[in-house]
Design a protein around this ligand. Structure first.
Ligand code: ADP
Length: 434
């Protein structure tokens, strides 16, 4: 209130000065008191006029919401302007800080791998991050304030939203968008809802693969197990002759061998998947590898095929010897097992212009039709199941080969003409070949 007293004094002084002047003026007339009154009123009027002027300047500054300094006055209006200016500056600072916090919060949600959608109490779109926009095909600006069920029409999604806020997520597909989405609805605030979306396509694919894998393994083991348990039952109930007994034991040994091969292949696959990539410092001699593969192939063929080798320029591959041997060996074993007697098998090593190296197995076997080629290398994928099983195949050989080559940075290529033969090629990148 320190401004009030000087102000009253100033007004009184203006009144007194005005009255004095009025009195001096009135000395020449008879209207002494009227002159005094007019003088005092003029003095006070001047003060009020100055006040009004200053108040108007402050008001127009406020109305224009100016960001520059308040009008510079002394006394009451000066302090008033200064205080208002300070209050406005403090509000602007708070607003700026709040805006920054919201922006940080939104960019954190934006970075989330999940889609986030905020709906108002009427189910209209308030905000969504770009992941949700991509999942649900929304336009975060154009679709604001639109009912979400008009924007996303998948029946499972609409039914789930209408069901309120069920705990369980629901899975659905959007027409025209590949893959499957999962969505969770959570209530917040005053009737608003938060939708969390997730692309579960890959997870479902992996789950499916795992299920298929377990089913395939069980199936592969069940067949020999059934045979073995059948023989055990027969032998315990009947009195087989020595020759029958010998024959049965041979068949039991064959089936147990089959199970052992399957378990070995499963362990090889598990080891390939669970161990770190082979180092790039250990060099495996290609010539030595090919000689071992050749010897194994000839032993398996037992003279039924003509097997030839072309070692080319030789060289070495950086990696794991056991894995490379198993990759090359599986191709040779397949060529021998699938190529009919009298057929020709050739293994080659070639260096390419770009420095890469390729190991190839060519055969004159039955060949594989083009529609099967993309699936070769999938676990338990067989083109000819009968021949595979009859020749002791597990359906895992090419999966092991493909995996081992990929761990060395390479790839498996297959070319085949039905009725003429196949070429399986393992290509290793320049960094792993010397
Ligand atoms: P398998 O143990 O059944 O041989 P693989 O994974 O090694 O399993 O091979 C997958 C399938 O590819 C085989 O079942 C067979 O039908 C086919 N296949 C593989 N190699 C050859 C080949 N050289 N000639 C013809 N078919 C082949």
């Amino acid at each position: 209130m320190h401004w009030l007293l000087p102000r009253i004094l100033l007004t009184l002084m203006a009144g007194a000065v005005g009255a004095g002047l009025g009195l001096a003026l009135a000395n020449w007339t008879d209207l002494r008191s009227l002159g005094m009154l007019l003088g005092a009123a003029t003095g006070i009027g001047l003060i009020v006029a100055v006040d009004v002027l200053r108040a108007r300047r402050l008001l127009s500054w406020l109305r224009e919401a100016r960001t520059d300094r308040a009008p510079h006055h002394t006394g009451f209006w000066g302090e008033m302007g200064y205080r208002v200016e300070r209050a406005l500056q403090a509000r602007d600072k708070d607003l700026q800080a709040a805006r920054q916090r919201i922006e940080q919060f939104l960019s954190a949600i934006e970075a989330s791998p999940n889609g986030v959608v905020m709906l108002d109490a009427q189910g209209q779109l308030l905000w969504c991050n770009s992941t949700a926009a991509d999942h649900l095909g929304l336009d975060p600006l154009r679709d604001l304030q639109q009912p979400i069920t008009n924007l996303v029409r998948a029946p499972e999604f609409v039914a789930h939203l209408h069901a309120g806020t069920p705990e369980e997520p629901v899975q659905f597909s959007i027409p025209g968008r590949p893959g499957t989405l999962s969505i969770i609805v959570r209530p917040y605030g005053d009737g608003q809802r938060l939708l969390l979306t997730q692309d579960v396509t890959e997870r479902l694919r992996v789950d499916g693969m795992r299920r298929d894998f377990v089913a395939n393994v069980s199936h592969e083991i069940r067949t020999p197990l059934t045979v073995v348990s059948g023989f055990i039952e027969t032998m315990s109930q009947l009195e087989p002759t020595a020759a029958e007994r010998k024959r049965m034991l041979e068949l039991v040994a064959e089936q147990t061998q089959r199970m052992r091969t399957l378990v070995d292949d499963l362990l090889s696959l598990a080891q390939l998947e669970g161990s770190p990539r082979p180092s790039g410092d250990t060099w495996v001699d290609v010539h030595a590898l090919m000689q071992r593969v050749l010897a194994d192939g000839r032993a398996l063929s037992a003279g039924r095929h003509r097997i030839e080798v072309d070692e080319g320029p030789g060289g070495a591959i950086a990696g794991n010897e056991a894995e490379l041997l198993s990759a090359f060996g599986n191709l040779m074993s397949n060529a021998v097992r699938y190529t009919p007697q009298g057929g020709r098998i050739e293994i080659l090593w070639q260096r390419r212009g770009n420095g890469s190296g390729a190991f190839e197995v060519r055969d004159t076997g039955p060949g594989i039709s083009a529609d099967h080629l993309p699936r070769l290398g999938e676990r338990f994928y067989r083109v000819d199941s009968g021949r595979s099983r009859a020749s002791g195949g597990t359906g895992l050989g090419l999966a092991i080969t493909k995996h081992a080559v990929m761990r060395h940075g390479g790839e498996m290529q297959v070319e085949s003409v039905l009725g003429e033969g196949s070429t399986f090629r393992l290509v290793f990148p320049p960094a792993r070949v010397r």
